[in-house]
Design a protein around this ligand. Structure first.
Ligand code: PMT
Length: 396
């Protein structure tokens, strides 16, 4: 976890800063907050102080009678400065190396890492001056999160590029910014979610996969610098930023999309719960209900992972196994039959893990015979452990 200085400049999005501070603290970061005089026209010092759990650094407090200079202290404190919301003026000053206020002086006084969350009118954001300043800051190693497209604050401006990203996304982006890029250069294909096998236009066979496990793998890989394509069955999860998302419904569609991307990929993590069967016949019209028993004829779907394993080459292949009872032996069988480097065994019948839950409890079985039983942890933590092995095999 990091020591984060959140610096709010003048914009209506400053009202979201207390929420941002709370989220950062809940994620385990140590936070301090700086607010410019204009920011304090939108949000009160008291709400910032309460959310930050400490006093607000303001222009008045810059130089102290005891000789302390706040810009030096803050620059030393922060592992990262997140300027949110960031005005065009703040971006320009930092790009030019001006230092005539507390924020710009803090940034010039050796702030280690800097991230910006711009918020302004679209015309100001797209102005060549602002864009040139943004490029300059990126060249200095600063990160720029957003802005997003949406309704703009000033009356009559409609929609445009210029909204600050929501605090939840800023926390995610900051986490990614601070994560070491040990998978830089890896092209990873990830599958997630269930498939739907339609009987007619309104009825289908499926399973309770929420997509959380596969999305966690995609997000963790992205944060570690990999280029990620996520092929996902229907889920309620939002598309992860920074990942190319391909949405599919049936197993046959998932197979086609995965095979299209397979030559590109250096690694595949197959977390999708693919239906093993589909109805032999799909009706074009909704079949009316009849008061009688009926039998459904099913045909097997292709085993996608097995097919990919047959053309493995030097790619890294990771599968999952969803088991009950004699899971270990069955998972080992799948590891060999599907020609995998690693299989992740998880259980269908344990409370609070597997389908739908935020946590998982898994056993990793590696092709060299290693078996690692992991304690219950978040799916994101499981994803990182899987990716540690993807990295090992990729670099071997
Ligand atoms: O999505 P969540 O709610 O987060 O839940 C996560 C999960 C429980 C779905 C996930 O962790 C998981 O276990 N996914 C794989 C479930 C599964 O299909 O297991 P399996 O033992 O039937 O299949 C073995 C492997 O072959 C899997 O990698 C599967 O993706 C793949 N497979 C299976 C059938 C098929 N026709 N084609 C395949 O490629």
């Amino acid at each position: 976890m990091a020591r984060v200085l959140v610096a709010a400049t003048g914009g209506v999005a400053a009202i979201k800063v207390p929420h941002l501070l709370r989220l950062l603290r809940a994620a385990g970061h140590e936070v301090r907050v700086l607010a410019t005089p204009r920011a304090l026209e939108f949000v009160t010092p008291l709400s910032l102080a309460v959310a930050a759990g400490g006093e607000v650094a303001t222009e008045e407090a810059w130089f102290r009678p005891d000789g302390r200079a706040l810009h030096i202290e803050l620059a030393r404190f922060a592992d990262v400065v997140l300027v949110a919301p960031a005005t065009a003026d703040a971006l320009a000053k930092a790009a030019l190396g001006l230092a005539d206020d507390l924020l710009s002086a803090t940034l010039l006084a050796g702030a280690k890492r800097v991230a910006w969350a711009p918020a302004m009118n679209q015309a100001m954001w797209l102005a060549p001056q602002t864009q040139a300043h943004v490029e300059r800051l990126k060249a200095l190693g600063h990160a720029v999160f957003g802005p997003a497209y949406g309704p703009l604050a000033a009356v009559g401006e409609g929609e445009g590029w210029g909204r600050m990203l929501e605090p939840e996304e800023l926390v995610e982006r900051l986490h990614a910014f601070l994560t070491p890029k040990d998978l830089q250069g890896l092209r990873l294909l990830v599958s997630a979610g269930p498939t739907r096998e339609y009987l007619d236009p309104v009825r289908f066979l499926s399973n309770p996969s929420s997509g959380r496990m596969g999305y966690a793998v995609a997000e963790a890989a992205r944060d570690r610098g990999a280029e990620v394509v996520l092929v996902t069955g229907p889920t309620c999860l939002p598309d992860p930023w920074g990942v190319e998302v391909v949405r599919v419904e049936s197993a046959l569609e998932m197979r086609d999309r995965l095979r299209e991307r397979y030559p590109w990929a250096q690694g595949v993590v197959m977390a999708a719960a693919v239906a093993d069967y589909r109805p032999a016949e799909v009706l074009a019209e909704k079949e009316p209900k009849v008061e009688a028993e009926r039998t459904l004829r099913l045909v097997p779907n292709p085993d996608i992972l097995k097919e990919l394993g047959q053309e493995k080459g030097d790619k890294v292949l990771v599968g999952f196994a969803m088991e009950t009872g004699e899971g270990l032996e069955r998972a080992k069988g799948k590891l060999w039959r599907k020609n995998l480097d690693l299989i992740v065994l998880n259980w269908v019948n344990r409370e609070g893990v597997g389908f739908g839950s935020p946590e998982n409890e898994v056993v990793l079985l590696l092709k060299d015979g290693r078996i690692l039983e992991l304690p219950r942890m978040s799916k994101r933590q499981v994803a990182d452990r899987i990716l540690d092995f993807v990295k090992e095999f990729w670099q071997a």
